[in-house]
Structure formats: C-alpha cells, structure tokens
Design a protein around this ligand. Structure first.
Ligand SMILES: Cc1ncc(C[n+]2csc(CCOP(=O)(O)OP(=O)(O)O)c2C)c(N)n1
Ligand SMILES: [Mg+2]
Length: 797
C-alpha cells in the first residue's frame, strides 16, 4: 500500500495554531542561543586570543524542554534551576519575555554581559538559582522546596503569593554527582513535595557518551526515594511509527541500540540510519516498507524524534504529572545533544561550535536576514502581533509581584546586646557560650521574641555535640508532620527533648555536609524567594567545612545569608585524631567572598559577634558570617570591650606603649598560652602589647579596602589594622599565634612593614592532649617566647 506510513491524528484546530507558535518559539530559542554563542566567539572582537566558549550543543538538546516549561507549564511562583550550559537558552527566553536585553546577550561571557552560567547576583532577578558547579543547582531545589514549606508552616508566607513548585532542569551527567543522592535521601526524610527534576537525557556528558542502561539504575533509585519517575522517551512521530506494521520490531531495535551507536548514527544522518536499521531488520516486511517510503531526511527526522524534542509530548507529560499531585517527580526526557545543529550526536560536541560556514547555512535555514540576527520575531512565519499576544498570555510572563521575582523581607530587630551567660571568673568555651546564648534567645522573652521566632537552626547530625541541644529543646524540631519524642513519652531519661512538628525551628540533617550548606543556602535565600525572613544558623565540626566546601561557596556565590558556626576546631580538639583537627579553615574564611569570618577566644567577644551576625546577615550590604569556635574552656574575665573593634577584627588586651618594639597577637583558644607568654615578655619589654585578633579576615579585608581607596585618591582612608598597629615602632616585631595555619597572620607584617614571626600548625594534627600538642606544634607559651626572642633579635635571627 502506498498510503503514507506515518499518520498522526490531527489535533484540534485551535491547538494546531497554539502548537505551531510554540514550535516557532522553539526555533527562536535555538537560533538565539546558537547565535549568542557564535557572536561571542566569531563576531565580537577578541582582544586576548582566548577561546570565549559556550555550549551550542548543550543548549540545543534542551530547547523543547525549556520551551514547554517556560511558554506553557511554569507559573510565576515556580522557582527553577536551569542546567548551567543552557544559560543562553534561558537568556533568550527572557529576551522574548522582554526581561533581557540585546546588549547583555551580545556581551555573553564579557564583563557586564550575561554570565556563562546563570547567576543570581550577576544576571539579575530573573535567575532563581545560580548554577555552574554541576549537581548543586539540582539538589538546591530540594532544600528550597523544604524552605518554602517551612516558611508556610510557620505562618511567614506572604498571603498574596501562591505556593509554587521547585523545578530543576538537569543535565544527565549532573546525576553522577554524589551530592544528588545525598539530597535525595534528605528530601525523602523530610517528605519534600512539589519538586520536579527534568533530566535532559542526551546521554552525553563532556567527554563521553554515558553507559547504556545506567538510567535504569537511576530510575530505580528515584522510585526507592518515593519519587514518581516518568520517562519521556519517544516523540509522536516515532509513537505513530510504532503503531504501524513492523513498529514493534523498530521500537525494540531502538530500545536496544547502544547509546554510542545511536549518537553516531544521529550524527551521520538518514543514509546511515537506513543502512543500520535495514542490516538488522531488512527482512521484516513492515519495517522495510516503512523505511523505504521515507527520504533520508525524513528517516533521520523519524529516528531522532525523541520525546524530549517533541514539545507536545513534553507538555502532555508535565501536565499529567501536574494533575497527579505534589509527589516529587523526575522526568527523564530523551534528547540528542546538538539536536538541529550540524554536530548533533557527535560525542565531541560538548564545547563544539558551528563554523562560520555552518552558521551561515543555519542562518539561512532559520530564515534570518543578515543584520537582523537579534530581532525578536525574525524568521518566524506567524505575524508578530500574534506571537506577542501568545507570549503575553503565557502564565510565566505574568509578574510574580509588582517588584518582580526577587523579593525582600522586613528586617527582624536585633536587641542592642544579646544575653550573656555569667562567665566572669569561670572557665567557659566559646562553644558552650554559643549554646548558652542561643538557648537564652530560645526562651523568646521580651525583645528577643521576634529574633527567636525567625531563627532556624540546622546541623548534619552534630546538633548535640555542637551545643545546639538546649536551643532545640526549647524550639523543637521541624517536621511537616507532628511526631512525638518516643523516649519522652516512655519517660526514659534523656537530656534531649526532640518532639517534631511543623512549628519546630531546627532542621535535623543526616551527616552529609553538602546538604547542610545547600540548606543554609536555601534558607539564606528565603527572603528573596519567599519574602519571609529566616535567620539560618548551621553548626558543623570545623574540619568538615571542607567536606561541604563547594556547596558553601555555591551558597555564598548566590548571596545567601546565614550564620555558620564551626566547632570544635584545630589541634585544641586534642584527643580526636588528626583528621578532626582543622588546619586550613581560617584561610578558607579569609578567601571566601561574602563571608565574614571570626574566631573569638572569649564569650564576651562571642556575644558581640553573634549579635553582629544577626544584624549583618540582614543588611543588603552585609554578608554571611562564620564563627570558628572551640571546646576548650578558658578563664573569662569581667571587662568592657569596644564592640566595634571586636567586629573589625582586633582589640588590644594590653595596649602597647607608644613606640613599642614588640607586640604579641593571638587568635582563639590559644589565649591562655599567649597570656602566659605575654606576662614574661612584658617583664622584659615593659612597653609590649597583647592583641586579641577576632577576625584576620575582617582585618585583611579592611586593609585591602583602605589600600584601594587610597589608590583611588581617598588619601585619608585608613583601616582598623593600620590604626591598631599604629602605636608600635615602625620596625617593631609582631609574634602571632593561632590554632590554625600560620599564613592566616603572616601578612600582618606587610601592613606597616613589621617583622612577623607567625606561629600555628602547618601540618596535620594527631591525637594528644593540649600541652603535648601545643608543644609539638609550636604554639605553647615556650614556643611563643622563643618566637618573641627571635623577633626581637631581628630579621636574620
Ligand atoms: C562540579 C563540576 N565538575 C565539572 C564541571 C565541568 N563540566 C561542565 S559540563 C560537564 C558535563 C555536563 O554534562 P551534562 O550534565 O550531561 O550536560 P549537557 O550534556 O546537557 O551539556 C562537565 C564535566 C562542572 N561544571 N562542575
Ligand atoms: Mg548530557
């Protein structure tokens, strides 16, 4: 029979026009994303000869998914993480919605232009989540969904904002990242809802084609975690073909086709498909008839008609899931990397780019006239007014609020001083001081009430050992469902009362540190995402900041605001083995942007810094805060501190005489050794000073800022560290000591040209007690005195 082989039931006429416009918009996204990258690499002047880069193939594979989502399914209240390499598609979509400018797109990957990967801070309020470090943006949606629930269940949600979904458009290689599975487990524990992950399953990563059947495994994992898993495998053309005589055999053949062969045939095109299919199925009459009736081009189009490229299939699938309820859902959308571009399917196409000639014929194919490459409606076969009306009617085009997508929240008042535990004359550690202060805030008395209500604490299985226990006893554990504390009900003695309820204020996490930082990131973005103020505090053992570091940097990169309390820290942890004894963390604190890091030695300093943290994390020009604490109990004295100096990073415990030849500076729990050494030093050098450093990070940042300001002509600019060191003689020596890498202080010598002898461990720690370890690593009183002698003797000693 010569009847057409592929017959699709004609859609309703109104739908036809609708779908036609959607397909025109897909063309537009494909063109604009490819052009944006081409322009950056081939058209724009290149001053340094460096490859600019961009990912045309990664953009091409996700076009239909993003068009279906943004032009049809998404609502303004949905928060969406876009896979990093689809940044240009995202910007093109916003451009069509008049939320992005040609100037910024033309400056892709240039200073002031759109970033290579979507960035909340640099690209503006349309970006819900920054992405770039693969896996993190995807997992972040889980914690943002949790936070949306938290805010709603605590009655903080804005009444004018409907609840939204959290959606990640993920590259398939992102699911190789371990943090994805950590987040899946945690999401399951917290019964997270209204979460969609749409995987652009192009079966290619950067270097290679992914192993066959891998996703069978991954699908199983999702299901085990309570997710609904929907595969969007075939488009309508293929589905129609499968319904024909021979269709079953064809489907089996495609199902069994290894990913790498499928990719290679896609790249080679129709003739190669014909040869390969007929080699296996040539004797199957139905298949033969089907294939023979098609031109090479049509055959190529049929064989690559995967679900993720069929916008109607994608829309239908998402709609069906929407109707299904709020269960987390993973969509595995089969796609082809580079779909519609000359290198479609080629395994090396990740950073591949169309040549000038290829771009020229692509331009013609897209019916774009030279000089009209950026025109919004160029090359479309639908009248502009009709496309515009279509865009205007898209749900996602409606503004979320009159202020747009980036929301703000009212500031929570912070009392002038936080309650201080009665410490004078006692030995107290900063860690227990922290627990005490927080527990006192947790009473929620008087002016502390509002502050207490807005704090959210979290910890990856170290809640009790970081001293959050008393706070949790007062404020309860957050859970979407009320659950009793079984031990308490059974009247079994325990210091912890851990009832769970939707009103609880502590999110108890499993031990995975990346989840801690993703949650702090999501909670720290709650004002922008939900319009509600949450003051997040996360506690973790100091050495394991390293385990979550990428997620910490990721949270900061998005300008999430939170307080990180890391404790215990350093060698001072003594009997715990070397890997628990952090050495590098003070340097991380100095080098991390949008994070002010402190290490108080005494509880009075801690109270000042904690108060400062609550304030600065709410200020638009503020930052997140990190407090590095210790379990070493040290003697506290009654004294009056200058809070501004503590916050600025240093204060004199014993001010030096003008022109003093030496000062001793300490940071954190080595304070007693410093005091002991100082007593001896001062006997020899009566003018010597003793400086408490509370933040090498703030001192350093202030110094750099002053240098910059002076270079810019502000001759009077001065920093705190310059003022602090000013009384010392020009050639004075400085001995510094901390329980952390000595490079943390070594730079101090550059401020006024002073000699520094920096003390601190620069090797892995080991088990021991404090006297042994401080001696072994050269931070005990004797070592400090030796360093003072060396410093006084001069440069070559
Ligand atoms: C944590 C991290 N490691 C490595 C990279 C470098 N990198 C960028 S994209 C990519 C592969 C992405 O593949 P996939 O997620 O499948 O995206 P697509 O195929 O859609 O481009 C890699 C390894 C990165 N961005 N982040
Ligand atoms: Mg991929």
């Amino acid at each position: 029979m010569d009847t057409p082989v592929i017959t699709l039931a004609p859609p309703a006429p109104a739908e036809t026009r609708h779908v036609h416009i959607l397909k025109q918009l897909e063309r537009k996204l494909l063109w604009l994303s490819a052009w944006m990258i081409h322009n950056a690499n081939h058209i724009r002047p290149n001053r340094d000869g460096l490859k600019v880069g961009g990912h045309q193939a990664s953009c091409a594979s996700v076009i239909s998914i993003m068009a279906a989502l943004y032009f049809e399914i998404a609502r303004p209240q949905d928060r969406i993480a876009v896979k990093p390499h689809a940044g240009p598609v995202f910007h093109a979509m916003n451009y069509l919605f008049r939320r992005q400018t040609i100037e910024k797109m033309a400056a892709l990957r240039q200073l002031g232009g759109v970033q290579s990967y979507p960035s909340r801070v640099k690209d503006g309020p349309e970006v819900d989540f920054s992405t770039g470090s693969v896996g993190l943006g995807v997992a972040m949606t889980t914690f943002a969904a949790l936070m949306a629930d938290y805010v709603r269940l605590h009655g903080f949600a804005r009444p004018d904002l409907p609840a939204g979904r959290h959606i990640a458009i993920a590259g398939d290689a992102e699911l190789d990242e371990g943090n994805i599975y950590e987040a899946l487990l945690e999401g399951w524990k917290h019964d997270v809802r209204n979460l969609w992950w749409i995987v652009d399953y192009n079966r290619q990563s950067l270097d290679s084609v992914v192993p066959d059947r891998l996703f069978g495994r991954i699908e199983g994992l999702f299901r085990d975690m309570g997710w609904n898993c929907v595969t969007i495998k075939y488009g309508r053309k293929l589905q129609a073909a499968f319904a024909q005589d021979g269709g079953d055999a064809l489907r089996r053949w495609i199902d069994d086709c290894p990913n790498s062969l499928y990719s290679a045939l896609t790249f080679q095109g129709g003739a190669a498909w014909r040869q390969a299919v007929l080699a296996d199925l040539g004797r199957a009459r139905g298949v033969r008839r089907m294939i023979d009736a098609l031109s090479d081009d049509d055959l190529g189009a049929l064989m690559t008609n995967l679900g993720g490229h069929d916008i109607e299939t994608v829309i239908d699938t998402l709609r069906a899931a929407e109707a299904d309820g709020d269960q987390p859902t993973c969509f595995i959308a089969y796609t082809i990397k580079g779909m519609g571009l000359p290198f479609a399917g080629h395994k090396d196409n990740h950073a591949g780019m169309m040549t000038e000639e290829q771009m020229e014929s692509f331009r013609e194919h897209m019916r774009i006239r030279p000089g009209h490459e950026w025109d919004r409606f160029e090359g479309l076969d639908v009248p502009e007014s009709e496309v515009q009306a279509f865009l205007d009617a898209c749900p996602f085009a409606q503004p979320l609020t009159p202020q747009g997508r980036a929301l703000t929240a009212p500031v929570v008042a912070v009392p002038a001083a936080l309650p201080m535990p009665k410490a004078a004359g006692r030995k107290v550690s900063t860690q227990s001081g922290f627990g005490d202060i927080l527990a006192e805030i947790g009473r929620g008395q008087g002016e502390l009430r509002e502050l207490a209500d807005h704090i959210l604490t979290t910890s990856p299985d170290v809640t009790v050992s970081t001293n959050l226990g008393p706070w949790v006893n007062r404020r309860g554990i957050f859970d979407r469902h009320t659950r009793n504390d079984v031990f308490r009900d059974a009247k079994l003695a325990s210091a912890q009362r851990w009832g769970m309820s939707p009103k609880g204020q502590h999110v108890e996490l499993g031990i995975a540190e990346q989840n801690l930082f993703l949650l702090l990131g999501a909670a720290g973005l709650a004002p922008a995402m939900t319009g509600a103020r949450v003051l997040p505090i996360g506690t973790v053992y100091d050495p394991f900041v390293n385990r979550g570091l990428d997620a910490l940097i990721y949270a900061l990169y998005q300008d999430a605001r939170f307080l990180l309390v890391s404790t215990p820290s350093g060698l001072t942890l003594a009997p715990e083995g070397g890997q628990h004894q952090s050495v590098n963390t003070p340097l991380i604190g100095m080098a991390a942007d949008r994070l002010a890091s402190f290490e108080p030695a005494h509880v009075d300093e801690l109270a000042i810094l904690l108060r400062h943290a609550f304030e600065t994390m709410q200020r638009p020009d503020g930052s997140s805060v990190w407090l590095r604490l210790s379990t070493r109990a040290i003697e506290q004295s009654a004294r009056t501190l200058d809070a501004a100096s503590v916050v600025a990073g240093a204060h004199w415990v014993a001010p030096p005489a003008p022109g003093a030849r030496i000062a001793l500076a300490y940071q954190g729990p080595v304070a007693p050794e410093a005091a002991l050494a100082f007593a001896e030093l001062a006997a020899e050098e009566p003018g010597a000073g003793l400086l408490a450093i509370t933040s090498p990070d703030r001192l350093h940042a202030g110094w750099l800022a002053a240098l910059r300001a002076r270079r810019a002509g502000d001759r009077g600019a001065a920093s705190h560290v310059e003022r602090v060191l000013a009384p010392l003689a020009a050639g004075a020596a400085l001995v510094t000591v901390l329980d952390g890498h000595p490079a943390t202080h070594a730079w101090l010598g550059a401020v006024r040209g002073q000699r520094v002898v920096p003390l601190g461990p620069d090797r892995f720690g080991q088990s021991g007690d404090i006297p042994d370890l401080y001696r072994e690593y050269g931070i005990d009183a004797d070592a400090i005195l030796d360093a003072c002698a060396q410093a006084l003797l001069g440069r070559r000693a």
